[in-house]
Ligand binder design. Structure first.
Ligand code: ADP
Length: 498
């Protein structure tokens, strides 16, 4: 394991590109009371930068700026086509600054630079382009009515939207939220995660450079319990969109309920990955491995319950262990690294405590289980076999590199067990058998089903949760509908024409 953890010139340069402040009304400003918080390098726990920390009154300033930009600014008044062009421009600037943004993402989050460059950044850029294309295609309907009446609808922006995002894919989560909100003509106050504020702030500056008017995108780094809560309950906000834990999602819903504003939530998961007896074993092992270990296991869609048919179970476990053992864990800035550190001490400790629980509750630790090195937040890729449904590692969202392999016998049984969770974000099937693929896709209660693949996303395809995994959908026209409201207009006619 390599842990170089030095801040060489490229990293320092990327850090210097960030203004670690609050972005309010087109200006980078300090918190009114001068509060700051440190953002850490997960490779070492060292402080990267001190960042302005929004308090309630700063959130209020940001909401007022967004309100002014919505009520009096050009953004919702310009044509959709013009708005689209500015969003395309932002995407172009992100592409120009791809390496710098990917470097910030890796520094702040710990993810391998190679992944940030080839996955997070391109997907974020594509997402913005997809929604830029929608900006001039949001329109109402003319609806036939009974009698001498003409009726038509407009789809109008909601106004000021509050968006609260997590740390696992900072720039991608930002793009998922910005795309539909901006395309529809809303103005935004975005609370970025306290663990990873850097890339989002740089994107905020690029948005200004692209010509998106001041006050349209306000970014407030800060804590969840202060800045996040102040935003979620602010009376000047017309919608709340949140991605994060189910626990916080419930709090946010209550806060927003006071103001009767719509809430969309993208929450946790405990997604089942069902490997059928006929599966191409090597391909299934690799896909199940990626489904869980991608992004150090810090994915709401992690395939964290690997259900393997009894006829291939032992061989699957053997190969899964071999794959985990081959994993290149190390400094995210090494080209060969597949797995970097976890994002924070808190997450690191939570994961290690689940590994302990897994052992105490009787699962068999096949590989890993310990921290790596003595600084930073590196955890060994960990594989448990003999996992049963009632164990904590089979029920709770661990958000770490811990694979739990369960055994199944019949399709009916695995379907029931896979669905026996309060979550329903994603699920997967690995088989060549069409009947099994279709039966399981139909029967699994989750917002996304992956057949012989995992973590496939497209900006046009709806993504979101069943059950406690959330409300609403991101991506595609479904996401846009959460950022518009419909106005119906009736006008009498001289004669009934239809
Ligand atoms: P995770 O477990 O992924 O850190 P959280 O749900 O704790 O997820 O955090 C996701 C986002 O929600 C972060 O930006 C965090 O600051 C914010 N947050 C946490 N608690 C609250 C709260 N009580 N009100 C509003 N936002 C919050």
């Amino acid at each position: 394991v390599l842990q170089k953890a030095d801040l060489h010139e490229d990293l320092k340069k990327a850090l210097r590109s960030v203004k670690p402040k609050l972005l309010i009304d087109g200006e980078f400003v300090d918190a009114a009371g001068g509060e700051t918080f440190p953002t850490e390098d997960p490779r070492t726990g060292d402080v990267l930068l001190d960042v302005a920390e929004a308090q309630e009154r700063d959130v209020d300033r940001a909401v007022q700026a967004a309100r002014k930009a919505f009520d009096h600014g050009p953004w919702p008044r310009m044509s959709g086509r013009e708005r689209g062009l500015l969003i395309y421009k932002l995407a172009d600037l992100m592409e120009e600054h791809l390496l710098e943004l990917a470097t910030l993402e890796s520094l702040d989050n710990g993810k391998p630079l190679s992944v940030a460059k080839s996955s997070d950044l391109p997907e974020a850029i594509e997402h913005l382009r997809y929604f830029a294309g929608w900006a001039d295609k949001i329109h109402g309907l003319t609806i036939p009515t009974a009698g001498k009446m003409q009726a038509h609808t407009y789809r109008e922006p909601l106004g000021v939207v509050g968006q609260i995002i997590p740390w696992n894919f900072p720039i991608l989560m930002q793009a998922w939220k910005l795309g539909p909100a901006l395309a529809a003509g809303n103005t935004i106050v975005m609370k970025v995660a306290e663990q990873t504020p850097l890339s989002a702030l740089r994107v905020g500056e690029l948005a200004l450079e692209a010509g998106i008017p001041p006050g349209v995108l306000n970014i407030i780094p800060g804590s969840g319990s202060v800045a996040g809560a102040a935003l979620a309950k602010h009376k000047g906000v017309d919608k709340i969109a949140f991605t994060g834990s189910t626990e916080v999602g419930k709090i946010i819903m209550k806060q927003a309920a006071e103001n009767v504003v719509p809430v969309t939530l993208e929450l946790g998961g405990k997604s089942p990955f069902v490997v059928c007896p006929d599966a191409d074993l090597d391909a299934a092992v690799e896909c199940a491995h990626q489904a869980l270990f991608f992004n150090m296991g810090q994915c709401c869609t992690a395939g964290s319950r690997t259900f393997v048919h009894e006829s291939i179970y032992d061989e699957f476990v053997k190969r899964a262990v071999k794959r985990a053992a081959e994993k290149a864990v190390g400094d995210p800035f090494d080209e060969s690294t597949e797995q970097g550190p976890q994002v924070s001490k808190e997450q690191f400790e939570k994961i290690l405590s689940y590994i302990d629980k897994g052992q105490q509750e009787g699962a068999k630790l096949e590989y890993g289980g310990k921290r790596i090195g003595d600084k930073g937040y590196y955890v060994e890729p960990t594989v448990f076999s003999n996992v049963t449904d009632e164990m904590s590692i089979a029920k709770d969202e661990i958000f770490g590199p811990v694979q739990s392999i369960l055994k199944w016998s019949t399709i009916g049984e695995v379907l029931e067990r896979a669905n026996a969770t309060e979550y329903g974000l994603a699920a997967g099937v690995f088989t060549q058998n069409l009947n099994w693929a279709t039966t399981l896709s139909r029967g699994l209660k989750a917002g996304t089903i992956w057949v012989n693949t995992w973590n496939t996303f497209d900006a046009g395809v709806p993504f979101g949760g069943y059950k406690l995994s959330g409300i609403g959908r991101e991506h595609g026209e479904a996401a846009l509908s959460h950022y518009t409201q419909t106005k119906s207009v009736y006008q009498p006619l001289e004669e009934p024409l239809n």
